[in-house]
Design a binder for this molecule. Sequence first.
Ligand SMILES: [Zn+2]
Length: 406
Amino acid sequence: VSNLQIDGDRLWQSLMDMAAIGATPAGGCNRQALTAEDGVGRELFRTWCEAAGCSVRVDAIGNMFARRAGANPTAPAILVGSHLDTQPTGGKFDGVFGVLAGLEVIRTLNDHNVATESPIDLAVWTNEEGARFAPAMQGSGVWAGVFEIDDAYAATDKTGVTLETALRDLDQLGTEPAAPFPIKSAYEIHIEQGPILEAKNKQIGVVTGVQGIRWYDLTIQGAACHAGPTPMNARRDPVRVLGQLLEVIYALIDRHGPRARVTFGELRAEPGSRNTVPERVTVSVDLRHPDQTVFDQIDRDLRELVGAATLPATLDEFWHSPAVTFDATCIETVRAAVSARGYPALEMVSGAGHDSVYVARVAPTAMIFVPCKDGLSHNEAESATADDLSAGANVLLETVLLTDAR
Ligand SMILES: [Zn+2]
């Protein structure tokens, strides 16, 4: 057990300095991936890291790694970090906290002349949010070998600018290959983006995994007809069938308990006229579960329900992020760090995607959560207390030290 304490005021000040870049009038941040604002944020990060004695390298997809050298030059790195890009109306803490908590850990080690055996690599992953370029978690995905780099380069924003051009324009197209290097353990600390820690009055979440996510489009084909003259029993009304389907799908999800979640966030009827029975309805489906076996079973049941609909219906899956179970040793290390520091904590599964989902494919990984006010995120009002953020950074510090010692 170490007695090192991070400097909470310095951490808070760094968060506020970063939040000033792309600050919105409503108190949030608009620092979307590889915009001019992101470029300024990246330069500030580089300046801070170099002042802290780190060497900064940038890989071919723009991921930044600031390295604090270890005593053993051949030891695998301890990786910490997250992302600096935000949603268009994002907050001050999502991602940024994970990066600047890592910086605060390095600054604290420097202040106390603590040498670690392993080097510490502090990562800034490119385009985690997926707001300007799709998909999300792009930099970590390319790095982990989940996405082809040429596909990522070709991604365009709404104005037709490719990600490759954006990288070049900001001088962030690095020379390092975007590929894993030897890593002992990887940790990402993040605001929870949900209400559970706050509701249960806990300061730290020990994150054991990430929910699986499937995105589908559900389409039901009917026949358009006049809303007046056509009797109800003579219609092929896709909305009626949608109503029946939604009822059985909700029942399926409820049978699987509170860890299963389904959301129909976008509904579209075509042609979209008040006095015409729609020809077709299309509904977005977002399905989540933390256990891949159960998740796959729900997927099969869902397909069966859609197949049994009384009008032609299709369920097109176009994105699947499998459920992730984090590394047992990394989780145990976070647990030990929390108990050494004595903060009230809870074990939980992340409901949102994170870079750690992809990092976990190539390195032993775990995450740490801290509460955020009202569970709010992807919102300019996103808020967290300095006290909780300090507690989280202290857990990250302890986690790094325990990892180095094992
Ligand atoms: Zn994030």
